[in-house]
Design a protein around this ligand. Structure first.
Ligand code: F6P
Length: 538
C-alpha cells in the first residue's frame, strides 16, 4: 500500500475528522429531524439480513466520505485479491480463501494456479458420508453399537465457531445425538464430558489445524488413555477422527489415514467453520442443514464481491465500525443479540475480530498511525439489560453496538419473542434519544442519548441466515483490516505466551524450581506451596 492510500493519510480521513467535529454537537434526534428519510438512506438489505444504521451518529456527508475512504484505501482491489486466491496473508505467504469452502464445487477457485474446489468437494463428500451414516444410525463404534454422542476436542478457531453455531442452530439439531465440547487445558470440561458419555457410543473429533496446540493435544492424549483403558487400541481407532493440515502429527498420534479429514493452510482457523473443522456441527445438525449454512455464506460472498459499496452490507458494517472507532473514539464494540440461540456469537466474534485486527503493525512492518480493532464483547440482550446496560446508557466511554434481532421465535413462543423485540427496539431508542427532561433537578436521572447503535434484523435464525451472518462479520473484519492496513490473517501475538508456558510447566509442578523469572517468582513460590504435592506415578 502506498503512502497516499494509507487510511490516516488520505483526503477522506481528513474529511471524516472534520465531519466528526462538525457533528459533535448534533444529537441523533436532531439528525433525524434534519433528515426524516434516514431509515431509507441508512438501511441496507443483504442476503437474509437488514442492516439499519440510521441511529448511528453520522449523516450523508459522513457516509460519502467513508465510501471515499474505502475507495482510496483500495478495498475493491483487495477483495479481488482475496477471491483470486492471492497470498494476502503476507507474513505467512498464504491465501485466505475461506470463500472456497462455501462455494459450489463446479465453480473453480485457484490458489497458485491450482483449482482448490476438487479438494474442497472431496472433504465435503467425506463429511457428508459421516453425517448421513450418523443420521441413519449406521455409524458404529468398536462394539458395533451406534454412535449417539459427538465430542469436539479443539480450541480457538477449532472450537468457537462450532460451539456458537451448534447453539445458534439448536432447534435444527438431531435430538438423538448429543454434542459436547472440550477446549480448555485445565481438564474440567474433559472430566465432565467423559462422565457423561460412553466410550463405545461416542465419536471424538480431534480438531486442530496445526495439531500442535497444547490444549487440544493434552485433552486428546488424556482421552486416548481413557479409551485405551476401556477398549484398547480398537476403541481409539474406531472412536476418534481428526481434522488437521498436519499429517505427520496425526501419524504420531495414531490416527489412521481413513479417519482423517483435511483442511489447508489457505484457511485461517477463525474462518474455518465451513470446512471439515465444522464436522461436529454437521454431525449434530445433519448435512442438509450444514449445506444450507454454506449456501447462506455463499450468498453473502456474492453480495460482498458484486454489490457496489454503498449497498454492500459487509463494507458498510466495516465503515460504520471505522467511523465509531477512529472518529468517535469508541474503544469497545458490544454485540447484543435478542435471541438466546446467539449466546456464543460474541465469543466467536471476539476471536474473529480481535485475533484478526488486534494489531499495531502495518502490512509493511511500520507502526500503525491510527487505532485498530476495538474490544469486542457482548451477551444476549435480555440478560445484559439487567447487568451492564447501565454503563451503555450512563457510562463515560463511547461504545459502539450491534443489536441482532430475529422477527420469529425459534421455539414457537412468538409472544415472548415479541417482548424481546420490544425490548431491543426500546433500548436502541433510549440510547439514541435519551431523556434529558426528567433530570433537571436530578442529574442521576439523565440519559444523555446520542449513543449510536446498528440493528441487524432478520426473519428467523435458520442455517442459511446464520451462514449469511457469519460471512457478513468475516468480510467486515477483512475490510477493516484493509483500511487499517494490518494483516487480518495471522496471529503472531499469541505465540509468546505459548512459548513461555511450555517452559514454565516444570517450574509450576516443582520439577525445575530454578526456573523462576523475576516478575513471576513470588507468584510461582506461592503457587508451588499451595498446589497439592505430586503423588507417586502422577
Ligand atoms: O493460539 C491461537 C490459535 O492459533 C488460533 O488462531 C487457532 O484458531 C487456535 O489457536 C487453535 O489452533 P489449531 O486449530 O491449530 O489447534
Amino acid at each position: 500500500m502506498s503512502d497516499v492510500s494509507y487510511a490516516p493519510r488520505t483526503a477522506a480521513w481528513r474529511a471524516l475528522g472534520e465531519r466528526a467535529g462538525a457533528l459533535s454537537d448534533m444529537t441523533i434526534e436532531a439528525l433525524f429531524e434534519a433528515d426524516p428519510e434516514r431509515f431509507g438512506a441508512f438501511s441496507l438489505d443483504g442476503p437474509g439480513l437488514l442492516l439499519d444504521f440510521s441511529r448511528q451518529r453520522l449523516d450523508r456527508r459522513a457516509v460519502s466520505s467513508l465510501l471515499d475512504l474505502a475507495a482510496e484505501t483500495g478495498v475493491a482491489e483487495r477483495i479481488g485479491q482475496m477471491f483470486g486466491g492471492e497470498p494476502i496473508n503476507n507474513t505467512e505467504n498464504r491465501a485466505a480463501l475461506h470463500v472456497a469452502l462455501r462455494r459450489p464445487a463446479n465453480r473453480p477457485l485457484t490458489v497458485a494456479g491450482k483449482d482448490v474446489m476438487p479438494l474442497v468437494e472431496t472433504e465435503r463428500t467425506r463429511m457428508r458420508k459421516l453425517a448421513d451414516e450418523l443420521a441413519a444410525g449406521t455409524l458404529c463404534g468398536y462394539t458395533g453399537e451406534r454412535i449417539t454422542d459427538v465430542v469436539n476436542i479443539g480450541i480457538g478457531g477449532s472450537d468457537l465457531g462450532i460451539v456458537m453455531a451448534a447453539k445458534a442452530l439448536g432447534e435444527y439439531r438431531n435430538p438423538e445425538i448429543g454434542i459436547h465440547f472440550v477446549s480448555n487445558v485445565d481438564g474440567v470440561e474433559l472430566s465432565h464430558v467423559l462422565e457423561r458419555v460412553a466410550p463405545e457410543t461416542t465419536l471424538f473429533v480431534i480438531c486442530s489445524k496445526s495439531f500442535t496446540t497444547l490444549e487440544t493435544l493434552t485433552n486428546a492424549r488424556e482421552l486416548r488413555a481413557w479409551l485405551l483403558a476401556r477398549g484398547g487400541e480398537p476403541a481409539v481407532a474406531a472412536q476418534c477422527v481428526a481434522v488437521s493440515t498436519n499429517h505427520e502429527a496425526m501419524d504420531a498420534f495414531g490416527i489412521a489415514p481413513e479417519r482423517r479429514l483435511a483442511i489447508w493452510d489457505w484457511v485461517g482457523g477463525r474462518f474455518s467453520l465451513w470446512s471439515a473443522v465444522g464436522l461436529a456441527l454437521a454431525l449434530a445438525i445433519g448435512w442438509r442443514n450444514f449445506e444450507a449454512m454454506l449456501a447462506g455464506g455463499q450468498a453473502m460472498d456474492e453480495h460482498f464481491r458484486d454489490t457496489p459499496f454503498e449497498r454492500n452490507l459487509p463494507v458498510m458494517l466495516a465503515l460504520i465500525g471505522i467511523w465509531n472507532r477512529n472518529f468517535l473514539g469508541a474503544g469497545s464494540h458490544a454485540v447484543l443479540p435478542y435471541d438466546d440461540h446467539l449466546g456464543r456469537l460474541p465469543a466467536f466474534l471476539q476471536q474473529l475480530e480481535m485475533e484478526s485486527n488486534g494489531k499495531s503493525v502495518r502490512r509493511n512492518g511500520e507502526p500503525v498511525e491510527c487505532r485498530t480493532c476495538p474490544v469486542v464483547w457482548g451477551e444476549p440482550g435480555s440478560n445484559a439489560q439487567h447487568s451492564f446496560y447501565q454503563l451503555l446508557h450512563q457510562g463515560t466511554d463511547p461504545i459502539s453496538i450491534d443489536f441482532l434481532l430475529p422477527a420469529s421465535s425459534g421455539v414457537g413462543r412468538q409472544a415472548q419473542q415479541d417482548l424481546a423485540a420490544a425490548n431491543c427496539l426500546a433500548q436502541t431508542l433510549a440510547l439514541a434519544v435519551g431523556d434529558r427532561e426528567a433530570s433537571r433537578d436530578s442529574p442521576h436521572l439523565e440519559y444523555p442519548g446520542s449513543r449510536p447503535s446498528s440493528l441487524l434484523l432478520f426473519e428467523r435464525l435458520d442455517p442459511a441466515t446464520l451462514g449469511s451472518l457469519i460471512a457478513l462479520y468475516e468480510h467486515k473484519t477483512f475490510v477493516q483490516g484493509v483500511i487499517w492496513d494490518v494483516n487480518s490473517f495471522d496471529q503472531w501475538g499469541v505465540e509468546l505466551g505459548k512459548r513461555l508456558a511450555s517452559g514454565l510447566s516444570e517450574a509450576v509442578s516443582g520439577e525445575n524450581p530454578r526456573d523462576n523469572p523475576l516478575p513471576i517468582a513470588g507468584a510461582l513460590d506461592r503457587l508451588r506451596a499451595a498446589r497439592p504435592r505430586r503423588q507417586n506415578g502422577e
